[in-house]
Structure formats: structure tokens, C-alpha cells
Write a protein that binds this ligand. Structure first.
Ligand code: NIG
Length: 416
């Protein structure tokens, strides 16, 4: 693979010598940058960077390709550590129901929501599902995403869960994105188990998890631990069964209520627990003492018109905070990490530095990529955004709908 040299970078952002753990509390407000910088990528990895005044002349002579980034910034490609990007069709009819006043839970209770997506997915071929997902993959790359976590959970039968996970695997193979796959059979109770929740929990434990593991289709297991969805006891059994097959835990926690999901995630050493709209001091104290990242999804809070998670309180508690889009057809039909950063600034009072840290390094850690992605560090993947000309770092979340990306470089290759 060829070498790529970027020179005259206005600001090289998120420069770190080493990154062993996510940033916590006050550390999140510090974002190291080098002004007027260069960066060299070789064999898909960052091999050197520094100030232009120190640029070795042989880098210029030997580079296969040189990009002049005058007036632009270079930052790590975004890591979107929580998405449901593989789904069939869309659910704008429920959007209208929401405008007319129905809540997310009311729509779900009528057989809409996740079950609606499951019906559509069942009728959609694997090939077509892949085609639809790749349109979204293309879209998120234009927003600057370079690594993405994708969950199953619209199958709700063994066959359809495997179909989703195979599509996720194909995205990993055929797109330039770095992809992490999560099995989420415990996303909702399917119609056939409406009055027999135990039956579905057993199907997940006895059939789905072994089948997923047999094809090595997922690295993580997730559970929607929430009133009206999976109870603590059910979620606990499912995560325990996943662990036996080597699946690492992550939890949809405290989205609609104080569900116990945070404590459960910590019990299973989850890399992250997601949502946390309902998290009080008790939950935050548990998180503070753990290695688990609070993964906030402000796009879903926005779309469902709810109260935002109290990010400032989490940061005062010295908790690592990550941001993700939660791209899905029900609670956030949007895969734009920059918009999440803007919401986090406006609605959760995070600073520009905090949101960039949350969307790059901490989100990389939240999806098990902290050692290879999320910062400008020697040896990490050369997965980078070259911005359009922008005046300041603050401009990134401020100009929330202005396109940011001029080039996206993934593993050293220019993909946009
Ligand atoms: O994280 N809460 C559960 N899962 C998604 C929504 C999925 C859907 O409604 O289709 C979420 O918000």
C-alpha cells in the first residue's frame, strides 16, 4: 500500500502519544492539536506527524501522494459506536403518529416500532437488505464516519437475525469502514411470543446465541433492558449466555426509565452502556467506579422529544462519555455524527473539545477500537477526515448542517 503525506494542515486535531484508556471527566475538555502540521501515512497506518517546520525533506521526495491541506483541519474519522444501520425500508408513518402525540412505547405496544421493522425485514431478501444498508454506509462516510458498530435486532427469529448479521459481515468485507457486529436478538418480544416471554428468552439463549457463535457473526451482545421490553432478570440471563460463547456485553440502559440496565452493564464489564436519559446519582456512582463508558445518543432524545441525559453531571462524576448516532428507523433516522456533536453542545452543554473527544477517542474505546482508532497516534489506522476550509474547531458543532468533509481517508486510502 502506498504512502500518503498531508502537508500544511491548519490544525491537526486529537494528537496523542498513546491512548490506553478512555478520557474521563475533566480530561475530556482537553483536545491536543498541532498548528501548521504534516501527517504521513504508510501501509494504512499513521507513521509520522508533527509541525511543518520539522517536516523531513525525504518525506516530500518519497511520498506517493501529497495533499496540501492549507486552511483545513485533519482529525480522526468519527467512530460511531452504536447503530442499527441494517434495516429494511423506513418508518415515516410512525413519525406522523408521533407528531400526532403517540409515544414510542405506545407505537410499540400497537405492534409498530421494532416489530414493524421486523416484519419488513422478514419480507426483504438478504441481497436487498445489503443494498439498502450500503446506501446508508455511503451516507455516513460522507458525514466523516470511519468505524461503525452495527446491531442485529430486527430479525427476532434465528434465521432473520443471522440474515442481518451476514449483511453486517458483508459490509465489513466490502465497504472501507471498520465494522463491529453486535447480536441483539433481545431488542423486542416478537408477536409469536407476546404472551410467552420466557419462550423467546429461551429461544435467544438456546438457539440464537449458539447459532451466532457457530458462524462467528458477532463480537458483542446487546439487550434492550427496559420497561415493556426485557426485564433485568431476562437481560441478565441473556448476557450470561452470551458470555459463555465469548460475546462481550453492551446494554441499552435507562432510555425510558431507571431500568437497572446501568448496573447490569457494569456487572458484565460492558465497554459501554447506551442512552442514560434516566440516570440519577445512584447510577452515576456505579458508573464512576467502573470502566464502562456512558454512551449518549442525543439524536434519539431529540427525535423522541425527551429530556436529554445530564452529560455535565456525568463529567463531574469523572465518567467517560462517548457519543453515537444510534442510526435506526424508529428513534433516530440520522447517521450524522456532527449533528450529534451539535446536539451535545446545545442540549447537554458539552464543549467543542468534549464532543470531539466523545465522538472520536471515547467512542473508539466504546466499540473496542481504542488501541487502533480515534486519535492521531503513531501506529493507529490512518483513518482521517480532511475538513473543508473551516475557521475554528468550534465551527464543527456550530455549523451543524454545513458539510464538514472534503476527504475521508480510511486505512490510508482516500475513499472520498
Ligand atoms: O436505541 N431502543 C431500542 N432501539 C433503538 C430504537 C429501535 C427502533 O425503534 O427501531 C434505540 O432507540
Amino acid at each position: 500500500m502506498s504512502s500518503l503525506l498531508i502537508v500544511n494542515i491548519g490544525k491537526l486535531v486529537q494528537v496523542r502519544e498513546r491512548t490506553h484508556s478512555p478520557l474521563r471527566g475533566a480530561q475530556m475538555d482537553i483536545l491536543p492539536v498541532i498548528d501548521n502540521a504534516f501527517l504521513l501515512s504508510e501501509q494504512g497506518k499513521i507513521s509520522a506527524f508533527g509541525s511543518m517546520s520539522e517536516l523531513p525533506q525525504d518525506f516530500l521526495r518519497n511520498a506517493v501522494k501529497v495533499i496540501d491541506a492549507s486552511g483545513r483541519m485533519v482529525l480522526p474519522a468519527f467512530c460511531d459506536c452504536h447503530t442499527h444501520l441494517v434495516y429494511a425500508g423506513s418508518r415515516e408513518i410512525e413519525f406522523i403518529d408521533k407528531i400526532r402525540g403517540l409515544s414510542y412505547q405506545e407505537i410499540a405496544a400497537r405492534g409498530g416500532g421494532i416489530l414493524n421493522s421486523a416484519r419488513l425485514l422478514h419480507e426483504t431478501s438478504e441481497e436487498e437488505l445489503f443494498r439498502q444498508a450500503m446506501v446508508r454506509v455511503e451516507e455516513v462516510m460522507h458525514f466523516g464516519t470511519g468505524a461503525i458498530e452495527i446491531k442485529s435486532g430486527y430479525g427476532l427469529t434465528t434465521e432473520d437475525e443471522l440474515k442481518m448479521l451476514r449483511v453486517i459481515r458483508r459490509i465489513a468485507e466490502e465497504s472501507p469502514l471498520t465494522v463491529k457486529a453486535t447480536f441483539m436478538g433481545a431488542h423486542a418480544f416478537p408477536e409469536r411470543y407476546r404472551d410467552n416471554h420466557e419462550g423467546y428468552v429461551r429461544e435467544i439463549i438456546e438457539e440464537m446465541i449458539p447459532a451466532v457463535a457457530a458462524e462467528d457473526l458477532a463480537e458483542y451482545i446487546d439487550v434492550f433492558c427496559e420497561e415493556g421490553f426485557f426485564s433485568i432478570e431476562e437481560s441478565d440471563r441473556i448476557l450470561a449466555a452470551g458470555r459463555k460463547f465469548g460475546l462481550k456485553a453492551t446494554v441499552h440502559a435507562n432510555q425510558m426509565s431507571v431500568s437497572g440496565g446501568v448496573e447490569l452493564g457494569v456487572k458484565y464489564d460492558a465497554a459501554s452502556v447506551s442512552h442514560l436519559e434516566f440516570a440519577g446519582d445512584e447510577q452515576l456512582e456505579v458508573l464512576e467506579k467502573s470502566e464502562t463508558i456512558a454512551n449518549l445518543l442525543p439524536g434519539a432524545t431529540f427525535f423522541l422529544n425527551m429530556e436529554y441525559p445530564d452529560a455535565r453531571r456525568m463529567l463531574n462524576y469523572d465518567i467517560p462519555v462517548a457519543l453515537a448516532t444510534n442510526y435506526n428507523p424508529g428513534s433516530c433516522p440520522c447517521g450524522d455524527m456532527k449533528f450529534m456533536m451539535a446536539l451535545a453542545c446545545m442540549k447537554m452543554k458539552m464543549t467543542s473539545e468534549e464532543v470531539i473527544n466523545a465522538a472520536t477517542l471515547n467512542s473508539a474505546f466504546a466499540m473496542g477500537l481504542g488501541e487502533t482508532h480515534g486519535s492521531v497516534t503513531i501506529g493507529k489506522a490512518a483513518s482521517l477526515i480532511i475538513t473543508r476550509p473551516i475557521p475554528s474547531l468550534e465551527f464543527i458543532p456550530y455549523a451543524f448542517s454545513t458539510p464538514l468533509v472534503e476527504n475521508l481517508i480510511l486505512d490510508g486510502k482516500i475513499v472520498i
